[in-house]
Design a protein around this ligand. Sequence first.
Ligand code: C5P
Length: 227
Amino acid sequence: MKSRKIIVALDSNNLNKTIKLVKKLKKDVYAFKIGYQFFYNFGLEGYKKVYSNCPKIFLDLKLHDIPNTVEKGLQALIKMKPLFTTIHISGGDDMMISSGARKKNTKILGVSILTSLDSDQTKTFYNHKNVSALVKKFAQAAKKNKLDGIVCSPKEIKYIRKEVGKNFIIVTPGIRISSKLKSDDQKRVESPEKAISLGANYLVIGRPITKSKDPLKTLKEINKSLI
Ligand code: C5P
């Protein structure tokens, strides 16, 4: 049995290298994540190159604007047929409602509090020092407004899962391989096995796979650890 829960983040400025990597890894991933770096470098053309090799894409563009603008943006984005895309929960109830989650093949995931904000920053910008309480509130709002799921840090999975029930999709970045659980710029990391056991559905992993000596071998090892 194969486990496919890994979404490999294609954060790169090199299109040819990226496409080679997609070809190498596509049988063993759940999907590939395309974010700001790849999309703003290579646009729709680059997206289509990845899509034609592997049509399972998480297009992570974190939309945040007035409801009408987000709705129209999403209508265009959904034509690219990604599996998942993202909007900011802090865009408000109307913005989430107008995203029309659950009516389309593309699942809409909510971004809660950016993991780069510490409690001083959340106090400044959200008037709240307790990050967990804020994240809980955001998860409830995402569920109430019928988003399909949420992106959260590994440290938040357990209490978010409690808050949103079993059918809500939880996607988690900030994953580091068990044997070398030291952080680089990711501050609140967890191993793949732990993140899945805490209740995540899918894990976004970038550099631990893409920068490893043998990305396919690393990916296969992670998959094996999740069976
Ligand atoms: O290389 P690494 O495994 O850190 O990549 C993680 C991916 O997940 C990156 O594309 C990054 O933008 C994204 N991400 C994150 N932390 C968040 C949200 C998204 O690392 N809180």
